[in-house]
Design a protein around this ligand. Sequence first.
Ligand SMILES: Cc1ncc(COP(=O)(O)O)c(C=O)c1O
Length: 419
Amino acid sequence: MHKDLENLWLPYTQMKGLNSILKAQKTHSSKIFLDNGKSLIDGISSWWTACHGYNNKHIRKKIISQLNLMPHVMFGGLVHDQGVLLSKRLIKIFNNKLEKVFFTDSGSVSVEVALKIAVQYWLNKGKEKKNKFIFFKNGYHGDTSGTMSICDPEEGMHKLFKNYLRKNYMLSIPESERDKNKFLNFINRYNDKVAGVIIEPLVQSAGGMKFHSPSTLEFIYKAIKKKKVLLIYDEIATGFFRTGSMFAFQQTNSCPDILCIGKALTGGTLSLAATISTKKVFAAFLSNKKNKELMHGPTYMANPLACAAANASLDLFEKVNYEKKIKIIEKILHKELEKFRKLKFVKQVRTKGAIGVIEFFYLSEKNILWLRNEFIKKNIWVRPLKNIIYFMPPFIINKTELYHLLESTYQILSKWKKK
Ligand SMILES: Cc1ncc(COP(=O)(O)O)c(C=O)c1O
């Protein structure tokens, strides 16, 4: 085993026979520099976080000044300026329709908190049986136990754990008339058991980069509005302009009761997430009685460094016209991905905002390993997922880099065809 790996356990990786590993030494703008002298154009923004590119000067400056003042302080019984400011700025984005921000330290935990808020909301209202969730096929919401129980068991990466997890209800995204009727019937039939419905708005990410329309989301919103079921949007992957608007749900006439955000919140610098609720949800936790308050509190919640990074990232979103930047990326992705359609092993291509997807009929483990090697040879950082290759570059990627990313992928796939 490679000496760097002697004491490491990597995510979603078979460690047996893993004799080599790439080592990142530094990052800058759209690039990751390796210790072997190579530099890679990042096509996936470090798991969709580095939206402003790496080592952004403004974010660095704000983190450093916060570091000098106070790197961390507990958020129980105390608050701090960066957390207070961030909560107010986030709420402004949602025109005060979502009002109460609970900070967490990772996306999965923000979803766990959303589930707990929904369950306790109904408990506080005396509805003890309303503790199940409806989630959707191809959905992915995290790696912790609660979140695994609302991931598609086949496509959501956790099928091994099916006997360990709580049972919730998986339905197809209601796009067809048949699935719409199924959804309506289900909500009516199991209303006394369902606490909430959870969905990734417009783009289901790790479950296969599947898209659905704004009208589908509006259908779900309208269908459950009067049904005593909470609506949870998981915008951990789609938030912060990835789909073209600040948040994906802002392309629709809908609004969740609870929203989860994370990933690009700190511009890809530090781990921070948040669960944001409406006043109506929050009100159910206000009481003179015992045990009505929200029963959750991660040690590093609202870490001041991470909040400073998030505030700096919001400064950039206010200053830079990201909508325009993303339109340019979308146009290039859309045009360039068209030619991949002609490759006979490509099933479909699709784009939305700064997301481009090439879906194959099938990719074997061997295919994936081969592709990964070829990408490195071409100096690009792209990670096939299941049967897709996807691009989610930093928004500051320049045109030359973006064309290089797409052109190199095309060359690799053309070579594959000839193999
Ligand atoms: C939609 C969605 N929800 C939740 C998560 C989990 O976030 P984290 O990896 O920060 O725990 C992810 C991560 O990919 C995600 O894409």
